[in-house]
Design a protein around this ligand. Sequence first.
Ligand SMILES: Cc1cc2ncn([C@H]3O[C@H](COP(=O)(O)O)[C@@H](O)[C@H]3O)c2cc1C
Ligand SMILES: O=C(O)c1cccnc1
Length: 336
Amino acid sequence: MTISPLVDQTIAAIGPLDAAAVAAAEARQGVLTKPPGSLGRLESLSIQLAGILGQPIPQITGKAVIVVAGDHGVAAEGVSAFPAEVTPQMVFNFVAGGAAINALARHPGLTIAKVGYGAANIARGPAMSREDAVRCLEIGINAANEQADAGANLIAGGDMGIGNTTPSAAITAAVTGADVASVTGRGTGVDDAGLEAKIATIRRALEVNQPDGSDGMDVLTKVGGFEIGVLAGVMLGAAARNCAVVVDGFISGAAALIAWRLCPDIAQRYIAAHRSVEPGHNVGLQAMGLSPLLDMEMRLGEGTGAALAMPIVEAAAKCLAEMATFTEAGVSDGDD
Ligand SMILES: Cc1cc2ncn([C@H]3O[C@H](COP(=O)(O)O)[C@@H](O)[C@H]3O)c2cc1C
Ligand SMILES: O=C(O)c1cccnc1
């Protein structure tokens, strides 16, 4: 399948994990001064990181959260508890440093890479043209490359886009085959009637568009969104640079599903940060074989869950790097 030279090259650069680094990290975990396995998921995380970064003792050299905003024509169907104007208003808030993600990752900066004035209403037709979908992926790849060039090797995406839990649910249903009702939540907080109407809107979007859930480009074009496409590109770009991809909440999870359909090997480079309150998030994570690190009962997006999980990933790397071995510390191991 050919998407564009940049996207094709990026996908081709994403291979399986570095097996030698994985084996070395695994062996080292076995001789550090602790009962085997006692650091639980910190151990498996450190081993996964070794494989992703291609380093027997992986080092996090920099972190980045790339927040992407997009408007959604489907907001006109009343699927959100908030009006679409909130999206650009929140972009100003991000730049001013006043959003939740600013409190967790304090380095505001704005890049303008406009795809268009919002995705079209998916309840009536496709979200975007194929050209726009390609452009989204390329913008994301370039953004990830910029961060990797600046030294980041732990990269997350974050989203802002009123209405975007609707395409995210449509994507999750299309890719996983799950029933729409099981992957649709209240987003910003729609009431019971709003939730029923939202489910009906998502069913309509899938009926009208008939996305092929095995084809990431088809899903993005028909029931995606601009920020979701850019986030999928960020993930592809980061993975191609041997960076770890920290997956945030429901919208990032939907983007991760699209990138996974474009490149199945990428899932090994995903670290699921947290379990969103949105029920579809866990469905998507499970389809990719991922288990989230945290359950903070969050449902915000913006990369907030990913930012919270990053110190845990760093802790995993530090334990592997900095702990003494039984021999070094003169501590008797279990065989003595
Ligand atoms: C003030 C505000 C800040 C946000 N930051 C992220 N979201 C999140 O909520 C929205 C998705 O929910 P729905 O599909 O129900 O519209 C997205 O903008 C998402 O980024 C926010 C929402 C609001 C209102
Ligand atoms: O899980 C998320 O990322 C999420 C959930 C609800 C609304 N916005 C984002």
